[in-house]
Design a protein around this ligand. Structure first.
Ligand SMILES: NC(=O)c1ccc[n+]([C@@H]2O[C@H](COP(=O)([O-])OP(=O)(O)OC[C@H]3O[C@@H](n4cnc5c(N)ncnc54)[C@H](OP(=O)(O)O)[C@@H]3O)[C@@H](O)[C@H]2O)c1
Length: 286
């Protein structure tokens, strides 16, 4: 066999051994992939031919999710990163995207916090930690990928807000502020980027079961399962929905509360009181 025929036979053989590309996005980055919604999405996207970059802070939990995804046939890259650390996150994402062009980013990492007993203020350290993670963390992950996606002329960005973005809740001011910021940021990006080939999905969930919602003590109106949340998000992302809002009833209730005169809305919100159990005595998890 000639050298050319031999090398093309080898190329055919190696492409036959390579997994067929997975339908949908080939390369997906998920932040907050070590738990709850992020972990569920990572597992549900895991299949041969797909590359997953999973980001979280807790190495043990992240590794367990990564192992499950590898077992399902995906190529997995793990990054133990704090999304609040702009320098580290930007450097890692730029290097990763240069090697594996990102098709879909799901900026999901988040933490919750609430006021103390008798609605004592959350305190500066807690409020800043929540905004740094939930809002700045989203910007730290989205912004470094945009120039390359714009050059390629395609890509999909999904940001996870919350129905708490629709109406400030007296028991968790910093969380509501951070999620209102994520909602506004995602809506703004979408309007700007869609004509340039980049889809943006703004995900607005209500309560679903996860370690975060377990720490919420109060009426979890219309609570759904993590599996259902994963399914809703997957379906929405598949059709590149501009907004993925569930359950709609809770979203409408909070949006309606925002349309009421402020004194009346405040009175209703005060009555629907709840508290957040701090994780290990502080707002952030180890
Ligand atoms: N659960 C609900 O009812 C609900 C409702 C509305 C919106 N949401 C939103 O949905 C998203 C997922 O929530 P979840 O319920 O799945 O929460 P979860 O189970 O507590 O998971 C949160 C994830 O975010 C990661 N994370 C937190 N801070 C981080 C940081 N500084 N850097 C990197 N990763 C960080 C955590 O990773 P490590 O622990 O490894 O750091 C974990 O993987 C959040 O944005 C949340 O606000 C949740």
């Amino acid at each position: 066999m000639s050298a050319t025929a031999e090398s093309s036979a080898k190329a055919r053989e190696s492409s036959a051994m390579r997994p067929a590309p997975a339908p949908g996005p080939r390369c997906i980055v998920i932040t907050g992939a070590s738990s709850g919604l992020g972990a569920g999405l990572a597992r549900s996207y895991a299949q041969p031919g797909r590359v997953l970059a999973l980001i979280g802070r807790n190495t043990e939990r992240l590794t367990a999710v990564g192992e499950a995804c590898r077992h399902a046939g995906a190529t997995v890259h793990l990054a133990t990163l704090d999304v609040a650390d702009a320098v580290a996150v930007v450097a890692w994402l730029r290097a990763f995207d240069a090697a594996e062009p990102v098709d879909l980013l799901i900026a999901n990492a988040g933490l919750s916090s609430g006021t103390g007993p008798d609605r004592q203020p959350e305190g500066m350290a807690t409020a800043l930690a929540v905004v740094r993670t939930n809002l700045l963390g989203v910007m730290h992950t989205v912004e470094p990928l945009l120039p390359a996606m714009l050059t390629r002329g395609h890509g999909h960005i999904a940001v996870v807000a919350s129905v708490a973005a629709y109406r400030g809740l007296p028991d968790s001011p910093a969380y509501c502020a951070s999620k209102a910021g994520v909602l506004a940021y995602g809506e703004s990006l979408r309007a700007a980027l869609e004509p340039r080939g980049i889809s943006v999905s703004v995900i607005v969930p209500g309560f679903f079961t996860s370690p975060m919602s377990q720490r919420f003590v109060g009426n979890k109106l219309f609570l759904t399962t993590n599996e259902n949340a994963v399914e809703r998000v997957r379906r929405g992302l598949q059709r590149r929905a501009r907004r993925i809002v569930f359950p709609r009833r809770l979203a409408w209730l909070l949006r309606a509360a925002d349309l009421l005169p402020a004194w009346l809305g405040d009175r209703i919100m005060r009555a629907a009181s709840f508290h957040i159990v701090p994780a290990n005595g502080c707002a952030t998890r180890p």
